[in-house]
Design a protein around this ligand. Structure first.
Ligand SMILES: Nc1ncnc2c1ncn2[C@@H]1O[C@H](COP(=O)(O)OP(=O)(O)OP(=O)(O)O)[C@@H](O)[C@H]1O
Ligand SMILES: [Mg+2]
Length: 245
């Protein structure tokens, strides 16, 4: 995807997606803590699994919150592995990439060797950005870090900034939008509002409920419309199943 304002569909993105033969590798990345990386990726895993995709979730975050969430979700279409060393990450991707429709990697920011390995594997990098100055600054930094880190890759990954958890109708939300547009960031044309249903997931596990469920479905629709998710363009990769110990 080019780094124009991102409210347009990038035709290259479709081309990129069509090039994947195995699993699409989707990572969350944002240096600012608490931006929504884990929440966004867990919801994506659950939604794609519900839609029939085989998902492998690789949790690289200390404490493995996503792994705990996956276990609690108990969906046969979602497997999860806790990644404890950098070297384990590419080896695991290589081992399983022909057996899943998507491999999702949750990171804890870009400033670690683990995150560098994740960036090295990525076809799609999702950067969540809440409505704060710190989030905005770090989203832009994360974007340029990812761009630089992947500039010699044969196929550049798509990078998408997600305005995530914005408090509706506030100046700070508007300011975040303006900052992203001025910095020419590739922003998904759907803004995820701040909703209690996502916070409720911390307690209850599972998928978001109520207004958060509806909002997430709209986010998923925007991702599909922009052809960011290979599974929805290509369908299931294969009928193979893989048991993860
Ligand atoms: N759209 C949303 N609306 C309201 N709260 C949200 C939303 N998305 C995430 N949250 C909440 O924000 C908090 C941080 O989210 P999350 O843990 O996903 O961020 P993170 O980027 O993974 O954080 P870390 O850097 O610690 O890994 C959580 O309590 C979560 O429930
Ligand atoms: Mg997290």
């Amino acid at each position: 995807m080019t780094d124009t304002t991102a409210v347009q569909v990038a035709p290259e993105a479709v081309e990129t997606n069509k090039g994947h033969e195995g699993a699409q590798i989707i990572i969350s990345l944002q240096q600012k803590g608490g931006a929504g990386k884990t929440t966004m990726l867990c919801c994506l895993a659950g939604a794609m699994a519900r839609d029939g995709a085989k998902i492998l979730f690789l949790d690289t975050e200390a404490g493995f919150p996503a792994a705990a969430w996956c276990e609690d979700l108990d969906d046969e279409n979602v497997d999860c592995i806790e990644i404890t060393s950098e070297e384990q990450l590419p080896a695991t991707v290589e081992q399983y990439q022909d057996h899943y429709d998507a491999i999702l990697i949750d990171t804890a920011g870009w400033d670690s060797r683990m995150a560098s390995y994740a960036i090295g594997e990525a076809h799609l990098i999702l950067i969540p950005c809440k409505s704060s100055k710190k989030d905005s600054i770090q989203a832009v930094k994360t974007y340029f870090h990812a761009k630089t880190a992947t500039k010699n890759h044969k196929k550049a990954p798509e990078i998408v900034i997600n305005l995530w958890g914005l408090k509706k109708y506030t100046n700070v939300a508007e300011r975040t939008r303006v900052e992203m547009a001025e910095a020419k960031m590739p922003v998904l044309p759907y803004t995820m509002p701040a909703l209690t249903g996502f916070e409720q997931m911390d307690w209850a596990g599972g998928m978001p409920q109520g207004a958060a469920a509806a909002a997430f479905q709209q986010w998923l629709g925007a991702m599909q419309n922009e052809h960011h998710l290979v599974y929805y363009d290509r369908g299931p990769l294969s009928q193979k199943t893989t048991e993860v110990a």
